[in-house]
Design a protein around this ligand. Structure first.
Ligand code: NAP
Ligand code: GLV
Length: 311
């Protein structure tokens, strides 16, 4: 079993390889610079790989994402349909995401998005105080990250509601809505909206002119999920018309966000460069190594993705 380690954008990819070798020196780890015979490769470790490469791997059986998201793999049509795909599920990433969402929710609750705008105009104006228990924070997606984030926001004192796909109970005791039919009722209540959906055919562009219009006047958007969830022009219009009071965005349709993108010049939009929850290669290497061992033993890996539903 040879493992090809691929990454187009990870700054610390060498560290993954060192860690994996340290855990099990018998792993046959190869990199794109020195891949050997491509017919040996049965496993790929990847973040945002180039789809073309998969056409050259006739014996691929398993792809391990170095992140929690797998949309970058689902979007590779050349990965064989019968290959298994697994993702990272790491508590450290839940905590980072909760910190990110709390930061955004606190910003909106304390009216900082307005003060950021006023600062660009040297304008001294106090806003009316808000009370956090009167603010409803809605979390789209109550999966590994969304349920944890919802609990953290609730523990802080916000009124939290959620929206998910099926009626099954999430790992959170907040009240929740489910399915497309209940989306409008959910959105109408969200003073602050946190998107933590996976990017699938059903959720692409879910935040658009129609759905953003359902949010209460002055609502604030936090999107650390995927840029593909948001119609960026519709969001900009909603912010410039003051229907929304601003947004905290970590992910974009095109990354890196192009220099000429209008979001850079919008004072009530705060931008971070896809860092809301970063994989820790030290802890994540342990679970990746475990999956390589399971595959080597002919067993199913942990944290498999259900490719029929796309997440
Ligand atoms: P996950 O565990 O797969 O969670 C999926 C949740 O979304 C579930 O509650 C699911 O509902 C719900 N859902 C899926 N499709 C839906 C639909 N069509 N309608 C309504 N609800 C739907 O995802 P996760 O691991 O928490 O990740 C959340 C997002 O964060 C992903 O987009 C991921 O790529 C992103 N992420 C970003 C960063 C970053 O640094 N910015 C880091 C890690 C992850 P059910 O429970 O009913 O199935
Ligand atoms: C980051 O975006 C991840 O999916 O882990």
């Amino acid at each position: 079993m040879a493992i090809l380690c691929l990454s187009t954008v990870l700054p610390n990819f060498d560290q993954w390889i060192k860690n994996l070798h340290a855990i099990d020196p018998t792993f046959d780890l190869r990199t794109i610079d020195n891949p050997g015979d491509l017919a040996d490769i049965t496993t790929v470790l990847a973040w945002k790989p180039d789809d073309e490469l998969f056409k050259k791997l006739p014996n691929l059986k398993f792809v391990q994402s170095t992140g929690m998201g797998i949309d970058h793999l689902v979007e590779c049509p050349s990965i064989p349909k019968n290959a298994l795909i697994a993702r990272i599920i790491d508590h450290d990433m839940r905590e980072q995401m909760a910190e990110y969402a709390l930061y955004g929710a606190l910003k909106a609750y304390r009216n900082i998005q307005y003060y950021n705008q006023y600062q660009t105009e040297a304008y001294w104006k106090m806003k009316r105080r808000l009370f956090k228990e009167d603010l409803t924070v809605g979390v789209l997606g109550l999966g590994e990250l969304g349920a944890y984030v919802a609990n953290a926001l609730k523990d802080y004192g916000f009124n939290v509601i959620g929206w998910k796909n099926s009626a099954s109970k999430p790992h959170s005791d907040i009240s929740y809505y489910h399915g497309q039919d209940q989306l409008p009722e959910f959105l109408k209540q969200c003073d602050i909206l946190v998107c933590l959906l996976p990017l699938t055919e059903d959720t692409r562009n879910i935040l658009n002119k129609e759905t953003l219009a359902l949010l209460p006047e002055g609502a604030y958007l936090i999107n650390p999920a995927r840029g593909g969830h948001v119609n960026e022009q519709d969001l900009l219009n909603a912010i410039q018309s003051k229907h929304l009071s601003g947004a905290l965005l970590d992910v974009f349709q095109t990354e890196p966000l192009p220099k000429e993108h209008p979001f850079w010049n919008e004072p009530t939009i705060e931008i971070t460069p896809h860092v809301a929850a970063m994989t820790n290669p030290i802890t994540a290497s342990q679970q990746v190594a475990e999956n390589f061992k399971l595959i080597r033993a002919g067993k199913l890996p942990n944290n498999l993705v259900d490719l029929n539903r796309g997440y």
